[in-house]
Design a protein around this ligand. Sequence first.
Ligand SMILES: Cc1cc2nc3c(=O)[nH]c(=O)nc-3n(C[C@H](O)[C@H](O)[C@H](O)COP(=O)(O)O)c2cc1C
Length: 336
Amino acid sequence: MSRLLLAPMEGLADDVLREVLTHVGGRVGGYEQAVTEFVRVSGTLLPNRAFMRIAPELRNGGRTSVGTPVVVQLLGSDPACMAANAARLAQLAPPAIDLNFGCPDPCVNRHRGGAALLGEPDLLHAIALAVRAAVPAAIPVTAKMRLGIADTSLAIDCATALAEGGAESLVVHARTREQGYKPPAHWEWIAAIREAVRVPVIANGEVWNVADWQRCREVSGCDDVMLGRGAVSDPYLVRRLRGLAEPVATEAEWQALLPAIADFWRGVQAKVEARHAPGRLKLWLGYLRRTWSQAEALHAAIRPLRTPAEVSRVLDALVPTPPSAAASAGTLREAA
Ligand SMILES: Cc1cc2nc3c(=O)[nH]c(=O)nc-3n(C[C@H](O)[C@H](O)[C@H](O)COP(=O)(O)O)c2cc1C
């Protein structure tokens, strides 16, 4: 069976959005797995609260409320320090630990993290090996990589280094760091990596709809796909790909999504400072408007607003607050 994973997206898919997206995906027919935003490891042994902040799901057995396992991602460049932090994280029993070798952020890269390490396969190997050795065998260690920094010349070396270091599976985002998020994604490179390594490879990059997913699987040869911005733009995408929702978005889906948007808004308000909350909703609506013209209109209505109270007034007019939600702000109730 073909697995669908929800991608890590720092500043976008935090626990609040993961909860909403996995809930809309559903217990049956939704994501097999989600991955957290990266936890930055740089020189110190992080306290438990640092992992809990990025992955509050650890308090719920490492799962969202519909039961989707949430893998915790680490980003860092020092094998010993990564290993020590992974060992501490392992005590919190995450479903798996993922290693980030894909982040293109110049700030992260300047400190030798993320995609900046793709020029050093030996270091990738050392990190995977050290983390694998530090974590109990029952907890899988996985990795996520891009194709390289400026070119793909070390893509196979990096993938092999990670697999031989003990990564149980590899997500390959089919672009170099220099290519950023610019289309296309080079899925044919995923096929080359798949042939070179013995571990399962999961394809990632530019899957926005059913046709992309089919082509991505054909070209990469991978059964499993990780969805990033496509999943944020279209929360029903995971169900469309499984044939459980219409192949293209409908008006009825937008109506059905409104309570989830309201849940997201409650969750964001409960979590972040009031001055940052409207920005989080605008960010998500900015993605949703790729799929629904109604999201475009809602985004336009909310864009000039600065305070949560103003935003709530607009949303409340669209979605009446259910009585139980007012009592338990920030938590989604699982559909029966
Ligand atoms: C806003 C944003 C934040 C991201 N943060 C992370 C991250 O924390 N860790 C990671 O491995 N990848 C991160 N990525 C990369 C995505 O996981 C994914 O590889 C990329 O978006 C390509 O997939 P897509 O075309 O389906 O979006 C991020 C991407 C975006 C757009």
